[in-house]
Design a protein around this ligand. Structure first.
Ligand code: URA
Length: 243
């Protein structure tokens, strides 16, 4: 049974939280015998570590608490939100300079979705923003493949039934109808896989374009597509204030 105390974490997690590599990398370093706890080689990734007391080393060097980085990236279409792709497609990591830190995306955006993506080495923060319990709102601009009626938009507002259960109520605003398409904005507080696309599909339409325009109070503003900047202290504290 995992201990309940918050300061106890598994060894692989302690290493990935130190910002030097992913959890998968940590597990392989542990397996390779490169990691010691209090001077004793440990080869089990699930070994419990008391982060306040135990001394963890990698190749004999102590893990150093890294400074936290919070980046806001304007993800373009055609980039995966993963580190490596077996098919060698472009990933969001191709857009980052060498940061000297291991950052992870806070949630995922589909290959064809553009818009805001936070990347950070603060995994507690990432867990908080992604967790459905935190209810951090995320807003998307959607181009639907057909004209949607008020009744259809109301269904999105009330919540639609998806294969993994009903969606929470959403805030939906019609932006405009142009030719055969409805453009609307939707704000959801969950982050299920392909959620917006699946919600629109539940109405019998398809999403032709999807842009994440806001995460909480954070907006794209004048950030250029494919570029990133650091979150401001004000933006960060607004996201953390819900913790
Ligand atoms: N909802 C989706 O369907 N796709 C995304 O990329 C984000 C939210």
């Amino acid at each position: 049974m995992p201990p309940k105390q918050r300061k106890l974490k598994t060894l692989d997690r302690v290493i990935s939280k130190a910002g030097i590599g992913s959890r998968t990398e940590a597990r392989s370093w542990i397996g390779a015998g490169r990691v010691a706890v209090n001077g004793k080689k440990i080869q089990t990734p699930d070994h419990w570590v008391d982060i306040e007391r135990d001394r963890v080393t990698l190749d004999g060097r102590p893990l150093i608490a890294r400074s936290k980085i919070y980046l806001l990236l304007y993800k373009p279409k055609g980039y995966l939100t993963t580190y490596k792709d077996p098919e060698n497609r472009k990933t969001v990591y191709d857009l980052l300079q060498d940061l000297g830190e291991w950052v992870v995306p806070v949630g995922r955006l589909d290959l064809d979705t553009t818009g805001l993506l936070i990347m950070t080495n603060d995994t507690d923060f990432a867990d908080h923003v992604m967790s459905p319990e935190s209810k951090v709102p995320k807003t998307y601009l959607v181009k639907a493949s057909m004209l949607l009626t008020d009744e259809q938009l109301d269904r999105l507002r009330r919540g639609v039934e998806l294969a993994d259960g009903p969606t929470r109520p959403a805030i939906v605003t019609r932006i405009r109808d142009a030719a055969r398409y409805t453009f609307f904005e939707i704000t959801i507080t969950e982050g299920r896989n392909r959620q917006v696309r699946r919600m629109v599909e539940a109405l019998g339409a398809k999403v032709l374009k999807l842009v994440r325009t806001h995460i909480g109070a954070i907006r794209i503003g004048d950030l250029e597509i494919g570029k990133y900047r650091e979150l401001t202290p004000k933006e960060l504290s607004a996201l953390l204030s819900k913790r």
